[in-house]
Design a protein around this ligand. Structure first.
Ligand code: CDP
Ligand code: MG
Length: 635
């Protein structure tokens, strides 16, 4: 199904990157993989499955596909997967630059809804999810001679599903092709034994010593501790940039703003005038993402506030100091509660070591762990693979779409506990259900808009100054719909689409809305509409002044596991499970407190917050999902 609607081709610039200067070429040649170049090439050529283990920053992602292209595989297609779209884009851009070609020419990338590659592309960076979808059309991935699964240690769900498929492919495909797994950690034995005949090769990194410091007492707030530590490093430590690990966009933006205001007055130990804060997280627009790789303006010290994306996926030069809060935001499925929790949880020891390692790439460094040594000792040794902790519905759907009827018999590195599920739309089953329900009541197009808006993280830009924040609040207020966040999001997308193409940039700026997020959303919306049409479903929309009740009902059908009812004290309880939740302050419903809501997800910070919600009427639940609610409402 997905293959009938390939991602939109992006308009590619015809400009090639200028050739690298000699000094830059020299620097590349100093990367550890260059020393191991011959061994790496031989390892890949003489084994069908080859596992390469090497420290982050040793050059695996950017150099190895290039080595292959420059040797035996010049005419062949090489594909390299990344668990995150940011990494696919950043690495493709970097390699195109190193090779002096244009992006989308010899080197390109493709991520969901954004394709910057052409038939000429020989080195293609993609997300592992995208390669999974390509496998729908071509289960043997015939067009690729070398398939590189990068960041295999991250064990994302898509990576794991891909590994299972590759193993099947290894049995069936008889031509000369090569599977390469790349990992930054040493637990490679596990994948190696998963693939019959696989060999492991080590790239010896040059790691400098990193001094690890712990706090004496447990910290009450890791955010306060992180800010204080960053300012202290700046005031006391010699030259070198700082990388601080936080858990998400809101925290990162907040600390960047704080440093921007307070850092101005702190003189650095080496006479730097001020700190130069930079943010990096998955939802950040590409232009801003590029800033983490740039050197800080003269006389400043760069401090990067990052999510775990900077652990291994992106290699950032110039770092000497790491601030490790010891936490990460992770999605996990609570089958007992029936909800997906996005929770801030302690990292594993392996992650803590990866974070520390970031400080010692170029010179000796220091890591400030914002937790005690005793707390470190209590951490799990490694992170649980995603496949063992999330709602497996989408993975199961993908596998079914790939023509694997019995997912239970599928070969996984770590076999998951499997629910039995089916659907025909390549979206989360909850969203598929919303779309189908809406199609039955004349508002599928609106539902597609809502699902598209739910797929992009942040549409409103909060702004840096008080004045910008005011403007942003006012803009949100203009679009606010009393039924909740979904219907509000629909109003935003409708207004965007009603604006003439040439005026959309200006419209976004006026309304404090991210133009990039809206463009992405627009592309997803178009694709969803295409899919619905291909399924011969009526693509209809409600009139501008029509009551959105059919949509609220459709949302109820899809999100019923996340239906919550207001309690006399003003908090909410999830109906099926009795779990207590509060309305997230970012919701348009945070002031109005309707009797009953359905919500997209639960965010766990200091309390359980429901996020992105819609008000509904209690009788709809038994009417629309009787099998589930007759039991729970009666209770
Ligand atoms: O994959 P691995 O972690 O082994 O290394 P890499 O990502 O290929 O990075 C190799 C070198 O390229 C690093 O030293 C980075 O500083 C540099 N690099 C960069 O400057 N900009 C990028 N977008 C990616 C890598
Ligand atoms: Mg890499």
């Amino acid at each position: 199904m997905a293959s009938q609607h390939p991602p939109k081709r992006r308009k590619l610039s015809n400009e090639a990157f200028p050739k690298l200067r000699d000094a830059e070429v020299q620097k590349l040649r100093e990367l550890p993989v260059w020393e191991a170049r011959q061994a790496v090439l031989e390892g890949i050529c003489s084994n069908q499955v080859y596992v390469i283990v090497g420290e982050t920053g040793s050059g695996k992602t950017t150099q190895i596909p290039k080595f292959l292209h420059q040797s035996r595989f010049k005419k062949d297609k090489i594909i390299c997967t990344q668990p995150r779209r940011v990494a696919a884009i950043a690495n493709a851009t970097r390699v195109a630059k190193e090779m002096g070609c244009k992006l989308g020419g010899l080197v390109g990338y493709a991520v969901r809804f954004d394709d910057a590659s052409t038939p000429e592309t020989k080195i293609r960076y993609v997300t592992d999810g995208l390669l999974l979808r390509e496998a729908v059309a071509d289960p043997l991935l015939q067009q690729y001679k070398v398939i590189i699964v990068d960041e295999a240690h991250e064990r994302t769900l898509d990576t794991d599903a891909l590994l299972g498929l590759l193993k099947r492919m290894q049995r069936v495909r008889k031509d000369d092709f090569h599977i390469v797994l790349m990992s930054a950690t040493l637990d490679a034995g596990k994948y190696a034994s998963f693939f019959p005949g696989a060999k492991v090769g080590l790239v010896q990194g040059r790691q400098h010593t990193v001094q690890v410091m712990y706090t004496k007492q447990a910290q009450e707030s890791y955010l306060d501790a992180a800010l204080t530590t960053v300012l202290q490093i700046h005031a006391r430590e010699p030259v070198g940039d700082i990388l601080a690990f936080l858990t998400g966009q809101e925290e990162i933006d907040a600390l960047c703003n704080l440093v921007r205001s307070r850092g101005l007055h702190t003189k650095g130990a080496d006479g730097q005038e001020k700190l130069h804060p930079v943010a990096i997280y998955a939802a950040l627009p590409a232009e801003q993402q590029a800033q983490v790789f740039e050197t800080a303006p003269l006389g400043t010290r760069k401090v990067i506030f990052a999510t775990n994306i900077a652990e291994t996926a992106l290699t950032i030069p110039g770092l000497r100091y790491v601030v490790d809060t010891g936490v990460v935001k992770q999605r996990s499925y609570q089958s007992r509660a029936g909800v997906d929790l996005l929770a801030v949880v302690p990292i594993s020891k392996a992650q803590a070591r990866q974070r520390s390692g970031r400080a010692g790439r170029e010179a000796p460094g220091k890591t400030f762990r914002l937790y005690t040594e005793a707390e470190f000792e209590k951490l799990e040794a490694t992170t649980t693979p995603e496949i063992l902790r999330v709602n497996l519905a989408s993975a199961v759907l993908q596998l079914k779409a790939l023509g694997i009827p019995d997912v239970r018999a599928f070969d996984f590195v770590d076999p998951p506990p499997l629910p039995a599920l089916m659907a025909r739309l390549p979206v989360d089953p909850r969203y598929a259900k919303i779309l189908l329900a809406a199609a039955g009541s004349g508002c599928a197009e609106d539902a597609a808009a809502i699902v598209a808006m739910a797929s992009v993280e942040q549409v409103f830009i909060s702004g840096r100054t008080e004045q910008q924040r005011q403007a942003s609040m006012q803009a949100r207020q203009r679009f606010r719909r009393p039924q909740g966040d979904h219907i509000t999001a629909l109003a935003v997308l409708r207004a965007f689409l009603a604006t003439g193409k040439g005026k959309r940039g200006e419209w976004c700026a006026q309304n404090c809305i991210s133009g990039r997020a809206m463009q992405r959303c627009h592309r997803i919306f178009d694709q969803l509409c295409g899919l619905l049409q291909a399924m011969k479903l009526p693509l209809e929309r409600l009139g501008d002044n029509q009551d959105p009740e059919p949509l609220q009902r459709a949302l109820t059908c899809g999100l019923f596991l996340h239906a919550a009812r207001r309690q006399p004290d003003g908090t909410y309880k999830v109906i099926g499970t009795g779990q207590e939740v509060s309305i997230h302050p970012s919701s348009v419903l945070s002031g109005s407190k309707p009797d009953c809501i359905v919500f997209n997800e639960l965010v766990f910070t200091r309390r359980n917050y429901a996020r992105t919600m819609c008000s509904i009427q209690i009788p709809w639940l038994t009417e629309l999902v009787p099998s589930y609610f007759t039991k729970h409402i009666a209770r």
